[in-house]
Design a protein around this ligand. Structure first.
Ligand code: TPP
Ligand code: MG
Length: 892
């Protein structure tokens, strides 16, 4: 049979089947049609071995057919005018900022492509407050910030001056931060999203945390949604995709991702040779999400409806994203020729359209009707999270100045012609002679546009974004839970991790505080001896426990429960950190003072998820990060990739983070008690990092003398004065964490063998001391004529005889950072270098932080001060059994 004849027959046959299906659809509805198709597929497979090719994607067309679109509820014309105003001012603020200050930057094209996606949501979906008290939570795409500012300006929430000072935050009167930063704009932004990938993963865990609050009875279930607006390029970040199965597993139907598929990232196309929408569809469908593609605008409805044989949709599916991008910048003639020209039947389909009409065919993401229908469907969908993949053009409306061009992401300057074009296209009433300044434009309060947008927001409960602290402060933190730790263990050996876990268990039992505690572990609870909590408070599971746990007959069985309190996240520090952030910001986001304790392998904290910790800081997140199995030489055996001797250095940069390396039980109790007070009673925007270790040691009682509490919190206090304070030779030993016990041993050796009377000081926080020292020094620099402030470390040590020898399980740079404020010679011992698999004694010898090296360092310092001879030191090296020719651990 000739080729065309077969083709003809096939076409006929196909049409008959399609007609039959249409009949079933009209009679039995989509569900019946779905079942029939499934039966047909099964039949084909079982009877004839027909293997349908696996496909995770659907054809390249809108998921919601035109006839199933929800009707658009507003005034399209009015909303188009408002959107144009938002577009103009968003563009003007970037253009003006760069006119006034060359190189100040900003982004026009991201929002330009997303304006419809946002405006439809602002006018019809984002609920700032519902009658039941719930609200929607929105993660705005960071680079789209100008659009949000522009809208807030039209709403009358941001002044023209502020808009003028976009990216000029230090101008008198203040400006607007480049991107969403709650630290800098605490009444506006809620989520810093501009470090790409952090938004999507946080949105997932936030949506999950809301369900957790609901299931635990801390929050009423009232249907608030979490929306995350994302870039298609952003989806390449591992964080964007890494936790999507959690969302489907947990049936997070309160979560909606909106991906602005403008097909471009910064340098060029996201998938020049592929199709990002199809790729993401496959990934998210495979992960069990509800995927809604919004590809074609209403202009395409007729063409697609008349495409009975699927020719057009197949052709649309063949074209690569790179080629689509080319269509955006080319003429209608090129579009006709290149896309439709491959088949005369396709050309026929569009023969009634002029080139101009063809070029103007709108994409789905720019069509409010399509976008609204997708949001409505996502909003009403139950059982799984939804992702909306909306196709748009980057730099939409910029024309020659950037629409669809590879340079568009960086475009921030428009010449007069380009401004004129944009102004006319969107109908902004600014005369030509004023255009060169790119002036802002806001119609009066009683204009139809402003009234309309205000009414919409009023209807939806208020303005967004708005950040506010919704929780009242806690009244107090009861002393009773902490007292036992001040006493010490009378020789019984316990690790600081055990101390922490015991304290946590006590706090969990508190009638008020207990329910607010959120313990978070990334699959390490047993490592930290926390399994007792499994039974005590249960592990959170949205479905309870539908199996008989293998250890059911043991006391501490693996208990999962719907109202379980522990977030057992599995092996994901990023996910756990997102839960920490959700819990630590609930005081603002949900008006609930949840207090997160995230305990993890200290090595896998700052260096693995430092960017999330930075975001937490920006968000004014509260809570306790607890670095377990801490210390380069305290974690025995595990070696180079586990032994952490630098997380306290990595904690230095985070401005509102307090970092402590406690040695004793009472120090931990003091720090945590004060931390809860400062964060939840005084409502300070700070959070904590605490290292705890797994070396069992006898915990001493809190010294009765001196202001120990203040010292613990400020970072330094005298723990044990020398019994030989009248010795001729004196020194001061500074210890932290478990290395404190080596320091105490050194104190004894120095006294007994070398006649050196050394006091022992506990340094709980080098970071606190460093901060304070800098603060004083800075003040002194700025106030030269006033009496100088004295750093706490100097005040505390000023009357004691040096030298000062500091030892910790962390890098030497920590004590050295205090060098200029320590009143005397400072020698720093620490654990610079790669760890090793070994026992503690060998590790401490290797890193030169054991008692004998502390003794040696002390004697060396005394010799440098000519208080003893070099020969004494040399002899000591032999007596102590130190190999002077060993390799330097810092670089070996
Ligand atoms: C983690 C991270 N890496 C790099 C950047 C720099 N950056 C800012 S925008 C951008 C391109 C964004 O593309 P896309 O996600 O597609 O967003 P669009 O602007 O196209 O909507 C890049 C690389 C960033 N902000 N964060
Ligand atoms: Mg993009």
């Amino acid at each position: 049979m000739a080729q065309t004849e077969t083709d003809g027959l096939e076409v006929l046959e196909t049409r008959e089947w399609v007609d039959s299906l249409d009949y079933v659809l009209s009679q039995g509805g989509p569900n019946r049609a779905g079942r029939l198709l499934q039966q047909l597929a099964l039949h084909a497979r079982s009877e004839a071995g027909v293997n349908l090719p696996f496909t995770a994607t659907t054809p390249y067309q809108n998921t919601i057919p035109t006839r199933q679109q929800a009707p658009f509820p507003g005034s399209q014309e009015m909303e188009r005018r408002i959107k144009s105003l938002v577009r103009w001012n968003a563009l003007a603020m970037v253009v003006r900022a760069n006119k006034i200050q060359e190189g100040i930057g900003g982004h026009i094209s991201t929002f330009a492509s997303a304006a419809t996606l946002y405006e439809v949501a602002f006018n019809h979906f984002f609920r700032a407050q519902t009658e039941s008290g719930d609200r929607d939570v929105v993660y705005f795409q960071g680079h789209a910030a100008p659009g949000m500012y522009s809208r807030a300006y039209l709403e009358g929430r941001i002044s023209k001056e502020k808009l003028q000072n976009f990216r000029r935050e230090l101008k008198p009167g203040g400006g607007l931060s480049s991107y969403p930063h709650p630290w800098l704009m605490p009444e506006f932004w809620e989520f810093p999203t501009v470090s790409m990938g952090l938004g999507p993963i946080q949105a997932i865990y936030h949506a999950r945390f809301i369900k957790y609050l609901e299931n635990r009875g801390l929050k009423q279930s009232t249907g608030g949604k979490v929306w995350a607006f994302l870039g298609d390029g952003e989806m390449d970040e591992p964080e964007s995709l890494g936790s999507i199965t959690l969302a489907s597993r947990e049936k997070l139907d309160n979560l909606i991702f909106v991906v602005n598929c403008n097909l471009q990232r910064l340098d060029g196309p996201v998938r020049g040779n592929g199709k990002i929408i199809q790729e993401l569809e496959a990934i998210f469908r495979g992960a069990g999400w509800n995927v809604i593609k919004v590809i074609w605008g209403s202009d395409w409805d007729n063409l697609i409806q008349n495409d009975r044989d699927g020719l057009l949709v197949r052709r649309l599916g063949e074209v690569s994203d790179g080629q689509y991008q080319k269509y955006f910048v080319e003429s209608g003639a090129y579009f006709r020729q290149n896309l439709f020209g491959t088949d005369p039947r396709l050309l026929k389909m569009v023969e009634h359209l002029s080139d101009d009409q063809l070029a103007r065919m709108r994409l789905g993401g720019h069509d409010p009707i399509k976008v609204h229908a997708a949001y409505r469907a996502a909003f009403d969908h139950t059982g799984t999270p939804t992702i909306i993949l909306a196709k748009t053009i980057k730099g939409y409306g910029l024309g020659e100045a950037g629409e669809g061009r590879n340079i568009t992401h960086q475009q921030k300057k428009l010449n007069e012609d380009e401004l004129q074009m944009f102004r006319s296209r969107f109908g902004i009433p600014i005369p030509d002679d004023e255009l060169h300044e790119a002036p802002f434009y806001r119609p009066s309060d009683d204009s139809a546009e402003i009234k309309y947008m205000q009414a919409r927001r009023q209807q939806l409960g208020g303005y967004m974004p708005t950040r506010k602290v919704r929780a009242a402060a806690l009244k107090s933190v009861p002393d009773s839970h902490f007292d036992e730790f001040h006493k010490g263990t009378e020789g019984r050996e316990v690790s600081t991790t055990m101390v922490f876990v015991r304290l946590l268990a006590k706090l969990l039992r508190d009638p008020e505080l207990g329910k607010l505690i959120v313990p978070i572990v990334p699959d390490e609870a047993r490592t930290f001896g926390m399994e007792g909590l499994f039974r005590q408070v249960g592990i959170y599971s949205s479905v309870g426990q539908n199996y008989e746990p293998v250890d059911m007959d043991t006391l501490l069985y693996y208990k999962e429960a719907k109202n379980g309190q522990i977030l057992e996240e599995g092996i994901t520090e990023s996910g756990s950190m997102c839960s920490f952030i959700a819990a630590g910001t609930a005081y603002a986001n949900h008006g609930i003072n949840t207090i997160p304790f995230f305990i993890y392998y200290s090595m896998f904290g700052f260096q693995r998820i430092g960017d999330l910790i930075w975001a937490a800081a920006d968000m004014r997140c509260r809570g306790f990060l607890v670095g377990g199995t801490a210390g380069r030489t305290t974690l025995a055996g595990e070696g180079l990739q586990h032994q952490d001797g630098h997380s306290h250095v990595l904690a230095l940069p985070v401005p509102n983070l307090l970092a402590y390396d406690p040695a004793f039980a009472y120090e931990i109790a003091i720090i945590i008690q004060d931390g809860i007070k400062r964060m939840y009673v005084d409502q300070e925007s700070i959070f904590y990092y605490l290292t705890v270790t797994n070396e069992p040691l006898p915990m001493p009682g809190m010294p009765a003398e001196g202001n120990v509490r203040e010292g613990v919190l400020r970072g330094l206090y005298r723990f044990k004065a020398s019994a030989k304070s009248d010795s001729k030779l004196r020194a001061q030993l500074l210890g932290s964490g478990t290395i404190m016990y080596e320091v105490l041993k050194a104190q004894q050796i120095l006294e007994e063998k070398y006649g050196v009377g050394a006091d022992v000081w506990s340094v709980t926080s080098y970071k606190q001391l460093y901060r304070d020292g800098n603060d004083c020094e800075r003040w002194n620099m700025l106030h030269p004529a006033e009496s100088a402030k004295v750093p706490y470390v100097t005040q505390t040590l000023k009357d004691v005889p040096g030298p000062f020898i500091a030892a910790s399980d962390y890098m030497k740079v920590l004590p050295e950072s205090l060098g200029r404020w320590v009143p005397g010679q400072l020698v720093s011992l620490g654990t610079d270098g790669f760890g090793r698999s070994e026992n503690r004694a060998a590790l401490r010898d290797f890193f030169e932080v054991d008692a004998k090296h502390i003794v040696l360092a002390t004697l060396g310092a005394l010799a440098r001060e000519n208080k003893i001879g070099a020969d004494v030191v040399e002899r000591a090296i032999q007596e102590l059994g130190i190999n002077p020719d060993k390799a330097n651990p810092a670089t070996s």
